[in-house]
Design a protein around this ligand. Structure first.
Ligand SMILES: *Cc1c(COP(=O)(O)O)cnc(C)c1O
Length: 403
């Protein structure tokens, strides 16, 4: 087959914007078009420390001269250290390392099923999930996600997931049966539109789990590693899960996932019951340890929380001034969303024209995901660009209305 400039050999599963980047620095990206962009996508909540953070660069450069990959046939001192640090900072006792969010969720699902099977109840394998959820693109995590648009054409969805409306305690209680193994929820839905029920709902879920011997699983792939202003969002919600998945920001841009669990929840996982070739390899572990070095410095989360408050206030004032374009600010920490009145895709394109990069979410929401190290001056810059995009979009709406 001949290759021309217009033929892409990449599987066309992404609707890519017509822009590419060659370099990044903090919250900024340098495009191949010679323009400088303010990056409020952070690689979809991955680059929590921005681009080319000096401590991360140094850690990876040093590791690259020693060992890239080691199989899990051998001991992993740096992996032990990373797992110990994650456990010290959380409810967990055991950690499994993998390479993505979907894999972290696969492990969480397997831990939950096996926990009951090893207690003599293999029939308890069903997991209650919520409308608007997103848990990944593997066949199991797609079934957990439950959205028809992602499942279409891929055969029968994997059995074992019962989806109920978000925030509906009675529906959860009704869905619990003799086959139920656990409840799976995101502390704050990212892809679903930056939506979260009240903390009272999470407390009710914890109670239902305790009353029925179920495991509570938090999908913190997006919310974890500081995105909502605490290292883990469950701390903000005030409810402790039994199992938690992490990924996106864990490696600061190096692909890495993790599944964390209490000793009790993980007790059924024995040699051979799960595995991964690449999971927790030396490069990934070096990146994640370096991310923790930075995040665990005193004041790191105070800064993220302060930036969150400022950005929320600034976004709210733009919403007030441009009610014909924007209707609402949502979210926690630096996982913020603005619900658009115009199509969210139009707003994202208008923002890209102003050299501000943002991410779409469900429910016609545009996500603002700056790196956690963003400065107040950068927030001001972003908000000015949003203001200009709103003016451009209102002008366009007026012209269309007059035609
Ligand atoms: C991104 C995401 C996933 C999937 O992560 P991948 O690394 O793309 O497999 C799972 N759950 C949540 C909440 C996510 O935001």
């Amino acid at each position: 087959m001949t290759t021309t400039a217009t033929t892409s050999h990449l599987l066309p599963v992404f609707a890519r914007a017509d822009v590419a980047f060659e370099r990044g620095e903090g919250a900024w990206l340098f495009g191949t078009d010679g323009e400088r962009y303010l990056d409020f996508t952070s690689g979809v909540a991955v680059n929590a420390l921005g681009h080319a953070h000096p401590h991360l660069v140094a850690a990876l450069q040093e590791q690259a001269t020693k060992l890239w990959h080691m199989s899990n046939l051998f001991k992993s001192p740096d992996g032990e250290r990373l797992a110990a640090r994650l456990c010290e900072q959380s409810f967990a006792d055991k950690v499994f390392f993998c390479n993505s969010g979907a894999e972290a969720m696969e492990c969480a699902i397997k831990i939950t099923r096996r926990y009951h099977a090893m207690k003599g109840h293999p029939e308890r394998y069903r997991i209650i999930t919520f409308e608007g959820a997103f848990h990944g693109r593997t066949l199991a995590t797609l079934a957990a996600t439950g959205a028809a648009k992602y499942l279409e054409g891929f055969g029968p969805p994997m059995d074992g997931f019962d989806q109920v409306p978000l925030g509906d305690v009675e529906a959860v209680k009704k869905a619990v049966g003799p086959g139920t193994a656990g409840i799976l929820i995101e502390p704050l839905q990212g892809e679903g539109g930056v939506r979260a029920p009240d903390n009272s709902f999470f407390r009710a879920l914890r109670q239902i789990c305790d009353d029925n011997g179920l495991l509570l699983i938090f999908d913190e792939v997006q919310t974890g590693m500081g995105r909502t202003g605490e290292l883990f969002a469950y701390k903000r919600v005030g409810v402790t899960p039994d199992v938690m998945s992490l990924a996106k920001a864990l490696g600061g841009g190096f692909p890495m996932g993790a599944c964390l669990a209490t000793a009790e929840a993980a007790a059924a996982m024995t040699p051979g019951s799960h595995g991964s070739t690449f999971g927790g390899n030396p490069l990934a572990v070096a990146a994640a340890n370096a991310v923790l070095d930075v995040m665990l410095k005193p004041g790191f989360f105070d800064h993220a929380k302060k930036m969150s408050l400022l950005l929320k206030q600034k976004l709210a004032s733009v919403v007030d001034r441009h009610a014909n374009v924007l209707s609402e600010v949502r979210g926690e920490g630096l996982l913020l969303g603005v619900k658009a009145v115009v199509p969210a895709g139009d707003l994202i394109a208008a923002l890209r024209n102003e050299k501000l990069l943002t991410v779409a979410a469900g429910d016609n929401v545009v996500r603002f995901l700056p790196p956690l190290i963003v400065t107040e001056a950068e927030l001001d810059e972003a908000v000015q660009r949003l203001e200009r995009a709103c003016v451009a979009l209102s002008g366009k709406a007026k012209v269309e209305a007059a035609q």
